[in-house]
Write a protein that binds this ligand. Sequence first.
Ligand SMILES: [Zn+2]
Length: 264
Amino acid sequence: MANTLKDACAELALANRMVANEGIIDAFGHVSMRHPDNPGRYLLSRSRAPELVTPDDFIEYDLESQPARDPGVGQYSERVIHGEIYKARADVMSVCHHHCAAFMPLLATGTDYVPIFHLGAVGGIKPPYWDQHDEFGDTNMLVIKPEEGASLARALGSQWMVLMKRHGVTVAGTSVKDCVFRSIYSARNAEYQVRALTVGGSVASLTPGEAELAGQISRKTTGLMRSWEYWSIRVAKAGGVPRASKKPAKAAAKPRRLRKMRRR
Ligand SMILES: [Zn+2]
């Protein structure tokens, strides 16, 4: 495995564990990245709890969300969310899809997300809403068909976060670190916003000018790296990320039961 790909897989495994460790994703939800050597591909873990993802777990997908080779393992069903956003947005290098509890009161009521403190600016001012039912009627609410993912990507437009009514949130980033930063701080903001709404009265938003300037904090200060090292040490305290196996990823990721079945 090339060093760039090896490093990318290590970073992406840490990102999945980090976002899980911070309570943004649980058994469901995932973080992907565009392939470092091929912009027409992306990397997403095989189907497993994000808190357990290792560098060996990543499957390479084309932008139609088809695996580059038979992975021989279970795959996430909502992967078209990632593929269709990478297809629509050349500037997006990482995507996180989650169902964080902090957002659910907003998503159930269709209440707009507003940045109520400087770090909440990473979610934008009133990011777009998308409702799967508008275009597709009754579904099981999972975004599985390419046309469903494409519809979501259209709703995202040029923003960095799209709210999925009665479902969850999808966040895009210019890098894995940027995507993690946006995912965690937008969720913190949602939590504070909902708490503020329960206190009563109107919730004061940053002004568009403040949100624009505050949204640059992660790029223009050491804030992004400081946050990354903070979340990293918290993952380390929780057990860390296993090193990549020296075996080929496909063999390492294949459950014993499947290997037996394939020999039959
Ligand atoms: Zn989902």
